[in-house]
Design a protein around this ligand. Sequence first.
Ligand SMILES: Cc1ncc(COP(=O)(O)O)c(C=O)c1O
Length: 428
Amino acid sequence: MAIARTCINHSVGFDLRQLVRAAMTSGRSDSSRGDVVTEFERRFADSLGASECIAFPFARSAFLATLRSMDLPPDSEVILPPLTIRPMVDAVRSAGCRPVVVDIDPETLLFDLAELDRCLSEKTSAVMITYLFGIASDPRPIIEAARSVGARVVEDFSHNLGATIEDRAVGTFGDVGIYSSSATKTLDTYGGGLVITDDEQLTARLRVAQSELRHPPRSRLVTKILRTLLWNITSRRGMWTIATFPLVRLLRRRHPSLEQAISGAGRRSGRSTGPTDSWFERFTPQQAAVGLELIPQVDSITCSRVFNAEQIRATLKYLGVPVPTGSERGHSVFWQCVAYIEDVDRVQTGLASDGIDTAGTNLELLCDCDPGSCGHPVGRAVKRHALYMPCHPGVSSRMLERIAWSLVRLRPQASISLGPHSGGTGRA
Ligand SMILES: Cc1ncc(COP(=O)(O)O)c(C=O)c1O
């Protein structure tokens, strides 16, 4: 049996039921049940210890609404990491601000503090911290630096739901935390951008922005569910083994760029398209009802991931392969179990021949979309050398043994640019 790199955290039957429901409900009639959205927002905020949650259709639209609600001076700068989704840059530009990309530290995957200090100025109005791969790193030194120039702080914890620093949830340290509840995420509501905050003024403004969102057409949710359903069916163990994985491997051999385009792993930043209509449509009551049903499962999904990732990381440690460490005071959730490997193509091919699917991050390297900005060597190296292995709840102890044996057989080489002596400060 082949092992898929990731999984959808609900059953095919669940997707089918939601599909029927979405097809039978028009966006407008369903939206009369706004109390379900309020209930979901309350439960999500409570689960993280935040005062408020305001739901948007995507993390990108939540980010745009947040920046607009912060009343930032026109042409001020917003600091972003080199690896995130490109629409975050579109959001910054749409808010009338200028994106500035600051490199990250390989151990924490948060901003490199020395470089952040160099880039912060009185022009900086906001800093977007992006936690990667479920690694819990302490954001407080970054927040302190941002506040010293009067900048607001947004935390994107889409990869880190449930991660904590000294028992406090990541996403609750800055002014605002944003979680994308898109497909394959630990909490997946067929898309969604959930803002959490304790700031009353921002909450009031975000509520106004939320009330101005339009009712989505019925086809919008149907399409999102269909996409998830397809992914769900094709990544189920049997289907993955007999059809999907052989196809992935064939494409990887014959048309690597096509395989990367489909998986997203090779996605390069193209020209910005700017916000589309779908950014400004409501998070629906059906999505909220899905969230209410799935919130109770988050802890057990996270426990399985942590258990599986710790086994794989023990093997990597034995082999001397570096991994991001995060904070000693943190509890990581390993949304993806990443290793920094120099000969990443050889190892990926070797693991695939043992039936183990792995991938690089599908996040985009933002510096690629700005020809003037060619720095950010750590971001670039993470994009090139970070390989994630399956650690999702569908990975059994037998599969973990296979992954360990395969890694031992292949002996991956430690990444030169991301290893312990590569110059990462590890301070955050
Ligand atoms: C770090 C990060 N932020 C945000 C998103 C998604 O945002 P959106 O909900 O706008 O698609 C992703 C997608 O996987 C992500 O990896």
